[in-house]
Design a protein around this ligand. Structure first.
Ligand code: MGD
Ligand code: MGD
Ligand code: SF4
Ligand code: MO
Length: 714
């Protein structure tokens, strides 16, 4: 028997004929865990395993998505050559054919309807080099003002809040390693345990060190379990909650007078605002007892150190930007910033959610956080790009508003790179109709996503294993993603694709790049002197120093670990507090007799965004094969909903059918549906089109809905 076993293992081992390893970074969230793919050749097949690699941010950890990331890359449905739609069917094409169709269509659209009739929709899952190049491609290659990207749906509230309050937006004001030194941590609308799992040890360590952790979420989650105090807030009322905390801090004189007088403006205005409010009003709006509000204020103000983190629960609201500013007001009022263990963190979402919002993909932006409407900024970038300042287009509109422009007839062509907007945008039916109206749509993707199905041309892009480039992670650390796996068949890198399209459009001289590093070296110069200054960052340094936190303005500069130690980024050096109303400027969807429940949306650990990638991964798909609605059993009984049955959820905009999941962890007035599934399970059919007036963020986290068993309504 032993001999048989030995023989079995020996033969099994012998089967491994060769082994190769490839270093990369996970294609999913902002932690950007460093990883290695091990490829073993075993007689007729290949075996793949992913392991974590040590690095300063994630220290070799991986979560379930990272461990299984390679599965979608080797999936049979991966796009391997260009496709052109002929009579409604996709047919295989050569790159020459695809580029010819693209050239003819873009030229004819722009001749007919002007340069701005073409648009570009980008992504924060591409590298810094590609995000930078996409901005340049729109302004110089297509000469259109219409470019925006999926980060508008993700980071725009936090970004605009930090810019307005601090004068500058880098998600984390401190390095991630400072979290364990914080004595009081507020986690507002973030589910890090499922969404950035490898960050958890920093918070666990803080807790071991005695930190008091407060989590604000309408649901109990794996994250709220870590907390000492869970504030089970009514969705959409974080701004009012923060006003309550400020009111206690101000009325009980827990604020830091010297910090305010030396480093802050606007305090008096905030004081007046919260003094005019009543605790009763705040309690009834938020559903949070005054006692809890008081406990938060006391703890945060009195502990030696404290940090606040926000994510999409607070931010994806039509007053998301104001709500974040109100949390920043709390930090400023007690002077907890610019010191060890004191600061703010917007928990960035996508892999390059930070870097992709800095270098010109946004409608109003040029590289290095420069502004497209600022004459000096235009002049500087025009010079770097070798064009006339006057030739640079002006600012365009936000992601969702581009779909409105299509309906209005202003935009008739789009190049879409690395996004699936008919699943991820609010008012999804309207977005789908817009894309169908386009006379020409090019989609660059790894797969034929739901959106790609509507394209005229689909171009196959390389993945995280194949495409080298830099990504700026959750803490603002620029990292070099090594990637050396060969591109399958005719797949090309996103940056190569942009260069090739620019060439056929006669703009090749502006896009002479032969490698990602070439592009990075131009980005360095373009960002020089801007707020997000990468000039001192080089590939060589990134390899040697394991990443650098920006701003890093010179080759000798060590990178900036902690921001705002002595002054803020506004010209007077002060942070700007601002008074925030409990009632948002753009009214939120209201519950009524017909639509009596709040719906909020978000994520589960095993799937990523619209699920195009993770639904292709057998190990991940098996964990959640379909969508679901979390519903409190008492609410379920009220509406006759059994556990594990199909239910219909409707809002004023549409309906979906998903499976019920009873859970006592959610508020009785609230439902939760993840957004990783399409078609009849696409929760964005329910979400409305109202946008935050400051940053144009949609209100993904709040809709008024009704629920019934699917049978009742069929
Ligand atoms: N597994 C997984 N990880 C991911 C992603 C993914 O799709 N899947 N996506 C990545 C991306 S791009 C992003 S942006 C991040 C998102 O990361 P998170 O923002 O942490 O994720 P969400 O689940 O969208 O929302 C967080 C929490 O907000 C709560 N919430 C809902 N409404 C409210 C409210 O009104 N107030 C408060 N205080 N809380 C509320 C929800 O119950 C939820 O638990 O995750 C990244 N990581
Ligand atoms: N209801 C609701 N809706 C939401 C949210 C929510 O919480 N609730 N969250 C919002 C947020 S935070 C975000 S970030 C958005 C994101 O939503 P989307 O922008 O739609 O993002 P993905 O689903 O990741 O789509 C990425 C597409 O690009 C492809 N892809 C992956 N890697 C590459 C690459 O390297 N190159 C190219 N060319 N293609 C690639 C994938 O196959 C996929 O089809 O969704 C938003 N929508
Ligand atoms: S999904 Fe995020 S936490 Fe998980 S392995 Fe990838 S980068 Fe790391
Ligand atoms: Mo996101």
């Amino acid at each position: 028997m032993t001999e048989m076993l030995l023989k079995y293992f020996r033969t099994k081992q012998n089967h491994v004929e060769s082994e190769k390893t490839y270093d990369s970074q996970c294609p999913f969230c902002s932690m950007q865990c460093k990883m290695q793919l091990i490829e073993q050749s075993i007689v007729t097949r290949k075996k793949y395993t992913t392991i974590g690699l040590d690095n300063p941010t994630t220290q070799g950890r991986l979560c379930v998505k990272g461990i299984n990331a390679h599965q979608h890359i080797f999936h049979k449905d991966r796009l391997k050559y260009p496709l052109i739609k002929v009579n409604g069917e996709f047919v295989r094409a050569t790159w020459e054919e695809a580029l010819k169709v693209i050239k003819e269509n873009i030229e004819s659209i722009q001749e007919r309807n002007g340069k701005n009739a073409m648009s570009v929709y980008g992504s924060a899952s591409i590298t810094n080099e590609e995000a930078y190049l996409l901005g340049k491609f729109a302004r110089v290659g297509l000469e259109t003002k219409y470019i925006d990207y999926n980060g508008r749906l993700c980071m725009s509230s936090a970004a605009s809040a930090a810019t307005q309050t601090f004068g500058m937006d880098r998600g984390f004001t401190n390095s991630i390693g400072e979290i364990p030194s914080s004595r009081c941590i507020i986690l507002a609308g973030t589910n890090i345990a499922e969404c950035q799992p490898t960050i958890m040890p920093y918070f666990e360590k803080a807790k071991e060190n005695g930190a008091y952790i407060i989590a604000i979420d309408p649901r109990e989650t794996a994250t709220t379990k870590l907390a000492d105090l869970h504030i089970k807030i009514k969705p959409g009322t974080d701004a009012a909650f923060a006003n309550g905390v400020l009111k206690v801090i101000i009325e009980e004189q827990l604020y830091n007078e010297s910090f305010i007088s030396e480093r802050v403006s606007g305090f008096e205005e905030v004081k007046e605002n919260v003094t005019s409010m009543s605790f009763e009003e705040i309690e009834s709006m938020t559903g949070v007892p005054i006692e809890q509000i008081r406990r938060v204020a006391h703890r945060f103000a009195k502990e030696e150190t404290g940090m606040i983190f926000t994510a999409r629960g607070v931010e994806q609201q039509t007053d998301g930007s104001a709500a974040v500013r109100n949390f920043l007001n709390i930090i400023l009022s007690v002077g907890k910033i610019g010191k060890v263990g004191c600061g703010y963190g917007a928990i960035t979402g996508q892999g390059n959610g930070q870097g992709a919002r800095e270098h010109g993909q946004k409608a109003d932006q040029l590289p290095g956080y420069r502004l497209i409407e600022n004459e000096e900024h235009r002049a500087y970038i025009a010079k770097v790009w070798g064009v006339n300042k006057e030739e640079l287009p002006r600012k365009g509109v936000s992601a969702y508003e581009m779909f409105e422009k299509i309906h209005d007839g202003d935009i008739s062509g789009m190049l879409l790179m690395c996004s699936n907007p008919i699943v991820s945008n609010p008012n999804a039916k309207f977005v789908e109709e817009a894309l169908k109206k386009l006379s020409f749509l090019v989609v660059v993707d790894l797969f034929v996503s739901e959106t790609a199905q509507l394209a005229d041309v689909i171009l196959p892009a390389s993945s995280y294993l194949e495409d080298e480039g830099t990504m700026t992670n959750v803490e603002g650390r620029v990292t070099l993603r090594e990637a050396s796996y060969p591109c399958p068949e005719e797949v090309k890198h996103d940056w190569q694709i942009l260069c090739e399209i620019a060439h056929v459009l006669g703009k090749g001289k502006y896009f002479p790049f032969k490698s990602a590093e070439d592009i990075f070296n131009e980005l360095r110069v373009a960002s020089k002197g801007g707020l997000a200054d990468y000039y001192g960052v080089t590939y060589e340094r990134l390899r040697a120093e394991k990443g650098l936190l920006w701003p890093c303005p010179t080759l000798e500069h060590k990178g900036t670990v902690r921001l705002f130690e002595n002054s803020f980024a506004h010209s007077d050096g002060r942070a700007k507090m601002v008074s925030v109303s409990n009632v948002p400027l753009v009214s939120k969807d209201k519950v009524s007799e017909e639509f009596p429940l709040y719906l909020t949306t978000g994520r589960v650990v095993s799937h990523y965004l619209t699920g195009v990638q993770t639904r292709k991964s057998a190990a991940l798909a098996a964990r959640n094969v379909e969508s679901h609605v979390e519903i409190h059993p008492i609410t379920a009984l009220k509406y006759g909903i059994q556990d594990e049955t199909l239910v219909k959820i409707s809002s004023r905009r549409g309906s979906i059918v998903v499976r019920s999941k009873w859970s006592e962890s959610i508020r009785q007035d609230t439902l939760f549906v993840p957004f990783h599934w399409a078609n009849s399970q696409n929760v964005n059919f329910l979400v409305g089109s109202e946008l935050d007036p400051t940053c144009r963020m949609p209100g993904f986290k709040l809709s008024a809905v009704k629920i019934s068993t699917a049978m009742d309504v069929v």
